[in-house]
Design a protein around this ligand. Sequence first.
Ligand SMILES: [Zn+2]
Length: 258
Amino acid sequence: MALLSTTAIVLGGIRLGEADRLITFFTHHKGILKGVAKGARRMKSRFGASLEPFTHCTLIVFEKPGDKLARINQCDIIRPFQPLREDWNSIERASRMVDLVSQMAPEGEPNTDIFHLLLQGLEYLEEKKDPALSIMLFINRLIMYSGYQPHWESCQNCRQIFKSGNRQTLYFSASAGGALCAHCGSSAVTLIPMSHGTRAFLSASQKMDYAKAHRLRPSLDIQKQCEAIFKNTLAYITGKSEQRFTRKTVSAFQTPSG
Ligand SMILES: [Zn+2]
């Protein structure tokens, strides 16, 4: 048996048998890791609140070669992110972040960029400055850190470079690799219309760090176009549409018996 000690973020969990829970973590050292917490559903569990979703913790697990599930030995809270579990809006937003990481990150492979992004994303949600913007910036970076880099500066078909003064509608296609000009986009189907403002916002926010990008102020139109572009890109990368959070899923975490 190998002992692994790592920092981690709790992505979620389900009941297992009478008294145990199966917890999914995003760990600093190994990416997604699933582990069994023995006795976690008992009232006086030694794990306390450390396995609640969104919790940033230090984790010690035993791993047996050949076993898919680790055994959770110890979990200590670094930051509980308790305010994110106190109202439905916060639960929904934070759940969207952890669900996307669950879908995008492969099991057992570390990705420290995604780990730090998720931590920072939850911190910004907890501060409640501009949650809608925090989520948009989070998804835009997550796409990049997952290894998919859309191209924003030129048409992915005819290669013309976009000029900032150009007011023509552009298009986006994840399968084409990014932006398309009005001419190339108009001849294809299932493309997403995109203004130059949206293109500039997505391009700039991927170049700035997460904190600095919070200074950007995208209009409502830009935000709507970004949502459509994200939906298209996430479906292209994962091969399925984004599975949106359901209240039932998270309510399962809210009770000691969950
Ligand atoms: Zn073109």
